[in-house]
Ligand binder design. Structure first.
Ligand code: FEO
Ligand code: CA
Ligand code: CA
Length: 641
């Protein structure tokens, strides 16, 4: 494969290229188990290889209420396949900010065909918008937004076809990623960024960071540039977001492995060999996706084998202090962090739910040692406490297993750096790519999007089941019951004793995406709350609003053909947690992922992220496509969440 073609691959496809299966198995070869779709929400089901027994359908107290009127304030939007955004009648949208728009008046001017030059590329809104949170104080509103990864083919000179060919290219890519902090305001012309606000800030791949928690200062984190092992540069592949009750922003480092490579054949010790294998760091001598390592030795693992150990964390940023150094919290573990959803236990402990978005990896939960007291000391709440990993039982119960030195055989620092290995040591449940987790503010429950897993139950040449990177076979299990799961599902759990700090819970599946118009019955038809009108695949982003409505964003196959016929472009839907009803609200331009959602202080505007549109959105023909944040409002300016 040419380097230029590598730029077009999704992270999943790149992973498949690097770690190919031994054979292919056609979707049609899968023997569908007989299930009753009608019974899904409200009774026990059995399907999937090994007849994994489903949970209890809707959890107690959430039985669908026949005849209840819909809670949605909009009519369902039809699927769309064009190059723009659609919202239901009674709503409108406008662009707030696009990749390359200035945060400061000295930023370089956007060029419709070449974008932004390297000089000043850290003075504009970053590329590939993802997780975001809005903070407000007095009349000031700050929007803090992740820029997940760059699209080198449109960031670099056209003739380079996406290949970094100089240190200057690398700096430009590094500047377009990370986090943008910007003041926003609503005036007569709608929402806009306050250029030159003293709060505006860009954090990118070279911004100084503090490392805290059990791994800070450990030999595994020391490099030539940082012999302390406690001061790194940059935050990487900032995917989903989170916030703390004390008003700071959490950015989540996901596919950090893709930024590292080697310029020489490697001779690795056992620790580094196991580390790179489990976390997917490329050990072959090749340019890879970004080719940082050829021009910036920090990313060359033949020279700096510990640098990858300094990425893959939850990073805390104080949006109100542009001079504050971001903090990497190693206590919350190192994996491909999707987002961070907090809750408080009844006693006031801080609970943070987190997913590791890779096929067959796990879900985690942090519980602080100390309690949160408004206005009190918060300095220990993300560094002193206990990290847990999820084990789902077939009977609809589950356990958060504490990752302790006693049970994992690892030191506390090793648990923080090699968290995936710690999860394997205690037999955590392999999941279908945990994406966003959302906590319901109106009920003691949480939800996680399990976006898809094409390798679940797939076989190798010898008939063995494909494994995750730990070598665990990804056989279907209760919360991940489908072989070759190309549609995804959303799992929900309720902690026992109404306590998010509790170590046990009950769970069920809120929805199983599918296509009943293509598969009339069986697991690929989806659950009973999927119908011809609300088809979607690959749930990913998720937030629950103050009224308890679940907003689901998708990052899936949008070719609208075959198994995906009738789904259209990626989209955002709303779900009722009580009745299970799901209704399409918004569609993005073709090729895009809809990701990132937050609300204005007055809750009359939803900010929605449109990442990597496949059309020249939003500027139109003749312009490069630009990831953008849009502001969605009701025509009557009523509340939207
Ligand atoms: Fe960056 Fe798993 O999405
Ligand atoms: Ca995502
Ligand atoms: Ca995704």
């Amino acid at each position: 494969m040419k380097d230029a073609d590598i730029q077009d691959l999704s992270f999943d496809d790149w992973d498949e290229l690097k770690f190919p299966r031994k054979t292919t198995q056609d979707f049609d070869e899968v023997v569908e188990r007989a299930i009753s779709r009608r019974g899904f929400l409200g009774s026990v089901l059995a399907f999937g290889s090994g007849a994994a027994v489903m949970g209890t359908g809707l959890l107690k107290g959430t039985t669908a209420m026949a005849g209840q009127s819909s809670r949605f304030a909009f009519d369902q939007l039809a699927p769309q396949t064009d190059g723009t955004v659609h919202v239901p009648d009674g709503y409108k949208w406008d662009v707030l900010v696009r990749w390359g728009d200035p945060l400061f008046s000295d930023a370089p001017e956007w060029d419709a065909t070449t974008g932004i030059p390297t000089e000043g590329s850290d003075r504009v809104f970053g590329e590939n918008t993802d997780g975001m949170e809005l903070f407000h104080k007095g009349g000031t509103e700050l929007l803090v937004v992740n820029s997940e990864y760059p699209n080198p083919k449109i960031n670099l000179a056209v003739e380079q076809e996406g290949a970094s060919m100089s240190a200057d290219d690398v700096v430009r890519l590094q500047n377009f990623q990370g986090v943008s902090v910007m003041e926003v305001t609503e005036g007569e012309n709608g929402w806009e960024v306050v250029v030159d606000s003293p709060y505006n800030r860009r954090i990118h791949h070279r911004t100084p960071m503090i490392i805290d928690g059990p791994a800070a200062g450990h030999d595994l984190l020391k490099t030539d540039d940082d012999p302390t092992g406690a001061a790194s540069l940059g935050t990487f592949n900032n995917c989903g977001s989170g916030r703390t009750p004390w008003g700071t922003y959490l950015t989540c480092e996901e596919n950090f492995n893709g930024y590292f490579g080697t310029t020489e054949e490697l001779s690795l010790d056992d620790v580094h060999a196991a580390s790179f294998k489990r976390y997917g760091v490329n050990t072959d001598v090749e340019p890879g996706r970004y080719n940082y390592h050829s021009f910036d030795a920090r990313f060359d693992i033949s020279k700096n084998p510990n640098e990858p150990h300094r990425a893959g964390y939850i990073v805390e940023i104080d949006p109100w202090n542009p001079d504050a150094t971001p903090v990497k919290h190693t206590a919350l573990g190192r994996f491909k962090h999707e987002n961070a959803a907090y809750a408080l236990s009844p006693e006031g402990q801080v609970v943070v739910y987190m997913g590791d978005d890779e096929r067959g990896e796990y879900m985690y939960k942090w519980v602080s040692r100390d309690i949160y007291v408004p206005g009190g000391d918060t300095s220990t709440l993300l560094s002193e406490g206990q990290l847990h990993v999820a084990k789902f039982n077939d009977d609809g119960t589950g356990i958060w297993i504490a990752l302790t030195p006693e049970d994992t055989g690892m030191t506390q620092a090793e648990i923080s750096v090699f968290t995936r290995m710690a999860g394997t040591a205690v037999s955590a449940t392999t999941m279908d790519r945990p994406e966003w987790i959302a906590v319901n503010p109106t009920a003691v429950e949480a939800y996680c999007c399990l976006t898809n897993n094409s390798r679940r139950g797939a076989t190798n040449d010898d008939g063995s089941i494909r494994t995750n990177a730990a070598g665990e076979p990804m056989v279907p299990n209760a919360p991940n019951p489908r072989e070759l799961n190309n549609y995804g599902q959303i799992v929900r759990w309720r902690p026992h004793n109404d306590d998010h700090g509790a170590s046990t819970f009950d769970w069920d599946l809120y929805v199983m995406a599918g296509n009943p118009t293509v598969h009339s019955d069986g697991p690929y038809a989806g659950s009973a709350n999927i119908n011809a009108g609300n088809l979607f695949n690959s749930p990913d982003g998720m937030q629950i609003d103050t009224t308890g409505l679940i907003w689901i964003q998708t990052d899936g196959d949008d070719d609208n053909e075959g198994d995906f016929a009738g789904m259209g472009n990626n989209q955002m839907l709303a779900g009722d947690p009580v009745t299970g009803e799901i209704r399409r609200f918004l569609t993005g331009p073709n090729g895009c992922e809809v990701t990132g959602l937050t609300w204005s202080a007055d809750r009359r505007t939803m900010f929605v992220g449109i990442q990597h549109p496949g059309s020249p959105f939003p500027d139109g023909e003749g312009s490069l496509p630009r990831s953008s944040i849009i502001a969605v409002k009701r025509d009557d300016n009523a509340l939207v969440g």
